[in-house]
Design a protein around this ligand. Structure first.
Ligand SMILES: NC(=O)c1ccc[n+]([C@@H]2O[C@H](COP(=O)([O-])OP(=O)(O)OC[C@H]3O[C@@H](n4cnc5c(N)ncnc54)[C@H](O)[C@@H]3O)[C@@H](O)[C@H]2O)c1
Length: 382
């Protein structure tokens, strides 16, 4: 009989419950415990989400039946919690960014390697079937030599001066905000799809709201609750609302990305356009079931997500027939399917198909160089 893998989720704000839903759709996996900042909140969330056990972090670590821990807390906690999970000999799935400094991420990569435990970073946007389709098409020569890359990741949830979240506080989020929070997904997809490495960056940041009105009561990400003026305190902001970065790649080609959390109407829109010598691709995460394939000498194509139309190497990421749209929640399920296959085998795969702590470190490195470039207003090598 197949053994059930037992998981715990740490942090139950926005993304923790998304991990829970995805795990509930995978056979032989049971989320047995939720972890929160205090026992009362853990109990409340466990009841709300239908999980039988609730802990604070240290107590959860002592539970010998828990095989794997998902870290879904604010960024500054990822390092200490991921380290403690590995030291407790449990597999770990960590949210991005892996840490808030390069040194922390390097230590996690070293520790994870030494233990042999499964380590993954939730770069879930790679798991849109059309993203893997672009990667596989590129591997099969259907893109050709990459000429240029143009990406953007736009959101509007920090558009108003009254929009507030822990991500605006560098001690909780890190020195970079828009780049670390959403640029990391875009940069990860850029290198993943093209197979190229970014070698140099030139960045220019702007902070649109130099001060923001911080609510004196706590609110969860995206919860959209309304407060009155007396509930706010004015605070200065020194992380980027918006960033443009010029990129140079190891094949000599060039590109750019723009990320912003203050673009009205753009809810969560990752867009990437890759121009090659055979064709061009455009993918937009708000229309994730479609891929535009640009042609010079014949009509352009619009590929719809359909297990019988995508390449064979992509069909494992498609759970429903064409026309039955899949979206954001499915990306986590598809990522976890690959991670849990490694957990079932008991160790990190030799050539993991899923994003690992090494990929998390890579994004931290690029992110740090981008911050440095913005400070110097000069090109910086990776
Ligand atoms: N991959 C993605 O698409 C994606 C999307 C959103 C968020 N994220 C990442 O997930 C993480 C969490 O983001 P969020 O939007 O869910 O934040 P959130 O603020 O909505 O939730 C964070 C949760 O962590 C809990 N928490 C805080 N300290 C804790 C502690 N010491 N022990 C246990 N729980 C604690 C909070 O009470 C809260 O419930 C961030 O690192 C973010 O970058 C990733």
């Amino acid at each position: 009989m197949t053994q059930t893998i037992k998981a715990a989720i740490v942090g139950t704000g926005f993304i923790g419950p998304a991990h829970l839903e995805a795990l509930r759709r995978i056979p032989n996996v049971e989320v047995v415990a939720l972890v929160e900042v205090n026992q009362a909140l853990a109990d409340e969330k466990a009841k709300l989400l239908g999980i039988s056990r609730a802990y604070i972090f240290e107590d959860m670590l002592k539970q010998s039946d828990i095989d794997v821990v998902h870290i879904c807390t604010p960024n500054f906690l990822h390092f200490s919690q991921a380290k403690a999970v590995l030291e407790a000999e449990k597999h770990v799935v960590c949210e991005k960014p892996l840490a808030i400094s390069l040194e922390e991420a390097e230590e996690l990569v070293r520790l994870a390697k030494a233990t042999g435990l499964v380590n993954a970073v939730h770069f879930n946007l790679r798991y849109y079937p059309m993203v893997r389709q672009m990667k596989v098409m590129r591997e099969k020569g259907e893109l050709g030599e990459v000429y240029s890359i143009m990406g953007s990741y736009l959101q509007d949830w920090l558009f108003l001066q009254t929009d507030y979240n822990w991500r605006l506080e560098p001690d909780k989020s890190g020195e970079s905000r828009a780049i670390a929070d959403i640029g990391s997904h875009l940069l990860d997809i850029t290198e993943y799809v093209t197979g190229l490495k970014i070698t140099e960056v030139m960045a220019d940041f702007s902070t649109v709201h130099k001060t923001r009105l911080k609510p004196l009561k706590t609110i969860e990400t995206y919860s959209g609750k309304m407060l009155t003026p007396a509930d706010y305190q004015e605070v200065s902001i020194n992380t980027e609302d918006h960033a443009t970065v010029l990129l140079r790649f190891d094949n000599g080609s060039k590109g750019s990305i723009t990320v912003s959390q203050v673009n009205a109407g753009r809810k969560n829109r990752l867009n990437i356009e890759i121009a090659g010598s055979v064709s061009a691709f455009e993918f937009n995460s708000e229309r994730p079931n479609e891929l535009w394939i640009g042609k010079r000498e014949k009509a352009n194509e619009q590929l719809m997500k359909d297990p019988s139309l995508v390449h064979r190497e992509v069909s494992s990421l498609v759970s429903f027939p064409g026309g039955h749209n899949e979206g954001f929640p499915d990306t986590s399920k598809q990522l976890f399917k690959e991670v849990y296959a490694a957990i079932a085998a008991g160790k990190q795969s030799e050539h993991p198909s899923y994003p690992t702590f090494a990929d998390g470190l890579r994004e931290l490195l690029i992110g740090e160089r981008i911050v440095e470039s913005n400070k110097k207003q000069a090109w910086v090598s990776i």
